[in-house]
Design a binder for this molecule. Structure first.
Ligand SMILES: Nc1ncnc2c1ncn2[C@@H]1O[C@H](COP(=O)(O)OP(=O)(O)OP(=O)(O)O)[C@@H](O)[C@H]1O
Length: 347
């Protein structure tokens, strides 16, 4: 539906370089990457606010690289929702219709639909200064959706909301995506949100696309050390092949992977949540099982992040806090763990 072909955007101190992206119809596409990597700039380029300096943007088969913002059938919702403070909710939502060729009747029809769908009936006369974050977000969505855009561009749409509104607003986005059959491109820093909402996505670093595809693939099968680290894969190490066994380089530790690594793969990684605790008095279930000394325990709410040293190699696991208490795991004590060969990812 949207193809970015070798897109470049050059600014005095930053560039987007050779961006090639495919967004399909009805995708919920996530753009993720470190701060300052160019995600918002890319969104503004797609919207037409920041002109691309090279490459082409193709939308439903037509080249729209030079088409003005108002003719693109796209809508952009900013992180701070950017509502007009001097207009009430109704006026904010209808604003765009005053400048577009939409009949009053059609505008009213869409307005009534959106007010009901987004639950805004009770606040249509209020002004932005006395709306909650969640309400502002719904108004901003209605204001964008009233123009019937084919694609909705969202720049961190949930980051300004507190945890209570966050979950509600997340469900609302899922509903809008499903019921209005929208194509959505969303910039987000929140992996939980991305995994919940998006089906496909891309990881961007210093203005370049590092990897794109299905969200599950990005998180479970990253294809570079950067992507692996960025999506939270841990236990990353270089390996040497010894037949079917992967030996962690410079150590005596042997790892069994389910599928043989491709010839150009030289690193392995295991997500910390896939490192499983096993009590020393029971036989291990997995082919990969090790015993080591706990060197660090950090508490994260109901979870703990544990470092275990096995012959000089540090493994990182995420285990429930109650498990740590039950088995009296402490720094300096010995712990045994295992992981399935299917959890060993190589790249
Ligand atoms: N209008 C502009 N003029 C000049 N430089 C800009 C402009 N907009 C963005 N930049 C620069 O481009 C780079 C990428 O910015 P961008 O806002 O796209 O990053 P981001 O990945 O969205 O970051 P964050 O996750 O922090 O929001 C930054 O160095 C920023 O300062």
């Amino acid at each position: 539906m949207i193809s970015l072909k070798h897109i470049g955007l050059t600014l005095p101190e930053f560039s987007l370089t050779d961006i090639c992206l495919e967004v399909h119809a009805h995708d919920f596409f996530a753009l993720i990457g470190p701060t300052g990597s160019g995600k918002s700039l890319l969104l503004e380029g797609i919207m037409g606010i920041m002109p691309f300096t090279s490459g082409s943007l193709v939308f439903e088969g037509s080249d729209i690289t030079r088409v003005p913002v108002e003719n693109r059938q796209l809508a952009l919702v900013y992180q701070d929702f950017a509502l007009f403070p001097h207009l009430n909710v109704t006026q904010n939502i209808l604003y765009g219709t005053w400048y577009h060729p939409i009949s009053k009747k059609e505008a009213r029809h869409r307005f009534d639909y959106l007010i009901a769908a987004l639950g805004l009936e009770k606040i249509i006369h209020r002004y932005p200064y006395n709306l909650s974050g969640g309400e502002k977000q719904r108004v901003a969505l209605a204001r964008s959706l009233i123009l019937n855009p084919k694609v909705l561009l969202l720049d961190e749409p949930l980051s300004a909301l507190d945890p209570v509104f966050h979950d509600e607003a997340r469900s609302l986005l899922k509903k809008v995506h499903k019921e209005l059959k929208m194509t959505i491109i969303m910039v987000s820093h929140n992996f939980e949100e991305v995994l919940y909402l998006a089906n496909r996505g891309a990881i961007i670093r210093e203005g370049k696309i590092m990897q794109q595809g299905r969200i599950q693939t990005l998180f479970e099968k990253p294809d570079s050390r950067f992507t692996a680290r960025f999506v939270g894969m841990k236990n990353i190490a270089a390996f040497e092949r010894h037949g079917d066994v992967l030996k962690i380089a410079g150590t005596g530790l042997d790892i069994i992977a389910e599928t043989p690594p491709a010839p150009d793969h030289h690193h392995l990684g295991i997500r910390p949540e896939n490192i499983l605790f096993h009590p020393t008095d029971t036989p291990p279930v997995c082919k990969n099982h090790f015993t080591g000394k706990i060197t660090d325990i950090a508490l994260y709410g109901v979870f703990t992040r544990i470092h275990i040293d096995v012959q000089g190699v540090l493994f990182e696991a995420v285990w429930p806090r109650n498990l740590v208490n039950e088995f009296c795991l402490e720094i300096g004590k010995t712990a045994a763990f295992e992981f399935h060969s299917a959890s060993v990812h190589t790249f």
